[in-house]
Design a protein around this ligand. Structure first.
Ligand SMILES: [Zn+2]
Length: 326
């Protein structure tokens, strides 16, 4: 198949295959010989039904991400327009507004939009970019933010065309996506697998992709590598192992797999009564992991330092700011 990003038909390298536990579909992950992006085959967004099953337990993020501040650093937003695509409950919108921007937010999730409204935020739009452009024809922005979205798309080129057309000449796009060159000493999270993430990006692939849409890199930072990223992944790897063991011991053979499987499933099979309350269980699990985080911190601090020194610029995130050529 052609590279869904650059269109190259050169022989792609097959990196791995993955059986999606949600709908049992099989995916290959290929690396494009042309631009270096890694992409899923088949290359298709699995749809709302899949997402509902995949992330039934996940809530919306309420803590600002580390790069939110970076985007706004030194920016005087007075008299300028900003658009946050995939704004969620409006965490970044509120910050952009405080920096003086007239900030618009767009999200496909009605609950997130309702939560943002409840915070008193205005200029919110529920729907996709096509519908947004129809509702506000001719509206163009000085700053568009696009955090952790591109890796989910099965039409990244069409989306970037839409985004680029919403930027003023010289306007800036700030974008983040996971860095596929990050260290993975404890393996990869399942949420980085297809069809949840359909593309994985390197600095080079992202730069070429943005350039092909008339966007010139102003800043590309890939050094973000916090200690907690190692302890988080270590603990979730432990947790995956524990779940596998729990499944093997507690559940009858042939029980369907589910990525949302937690101690909840095991709780039905011989867990003391007080642990059957989902809330109590969640709290205990959280407290347990918090303690683990604290105890493993010294170890992972050295690990972080090691990677920082031996693989500079290979942090967890790619954070790009690109300007639309006038
Ligand atoms: Zn390519």
């Amino acid at each position: 198949m052609n590279c869904p990003v650059c269109g190259s038909v050169s022989a792609h390298t097959r990196l791995e295959t993955w059986l999606d536990p949600v709908d049992k579909a099989s995916y290959a992950v290929l690396r494009c010989a042309g631009c270096g992006v890694e992409f899923a085959d088949p290359f298709k967004n699995p749809g709302a039904g899949w997402y509902a099953r995949f992330s039934s337990a996940a809530g919306y993020e309420e803590t600002p991400k580390p790069h939110f501040k970076e985007v706004l650093r030194g920016q005087d937003g007075r008299g300028r327009l900003a658009l946050d695509i995939g704004c969620g409950t409006g965490v970044f919108l509120a910050m952009a507004q405080a920096a003086g921007f007239e900030a618009y937010g767009i999200d496909i999730n009605p609950e997130a939009i309702a939560a943002a409204r409840a915070k008193g935020l205005a200029n919110l739009f529920m729907g996709d970019l096509n519908a947004f452009r129809e509702k506000f024809p001719g509206l163009k922005f000085d700053l568009i933010t696009y955090f952790d979205c591109i890796e989910h798309l099965d039409d990244p080129n069409a989306e970037l065309d839409r985004i680029s057309s919403l930027l003023k000449d010289g306007g800036q796009l700030a974008l983040t996506t996971p860095n596929t060159d990050r260290p993975l000493p404890f393996g990869r999270d399942y949420f980085d697998m297809p069809p949840h993430h359909l593309t994985r990006w390197t600095r080079g692939a992202l730069t070429a992709f943005l350039a092909s849409h008339g966007l010139e890199i102003v800043r590309l930072d890939s050094s973000y590598l916090p200690v907690w990223e190692f302890s988080r992944r270590f603990i979730s790897a432990l947790r995956e192992l524990a779940m596998k063991a729990a499944r093997a011991v507690l559940l009858p053979k042939g029980t369907p797999d589910s990525v949302t499987f937690t101690a909840a499933a095991a709780a039905g099979a011989g867990t003391p009564g007080f642990l059957r309350s989902a809330r109590t269980r969640q709290r205990l699990v959280k407290a347990f992991y918090d303690v683990l985080h604290v105890f493993t911190f010294p170890v992972f601090f050295w690990m972080m330092l090691y990677y920082r020194l031996t693989r500079p610029g290979r942090g967890t995130q790619l954070f790009a700011i690109a300007a639309r050529r006038g």
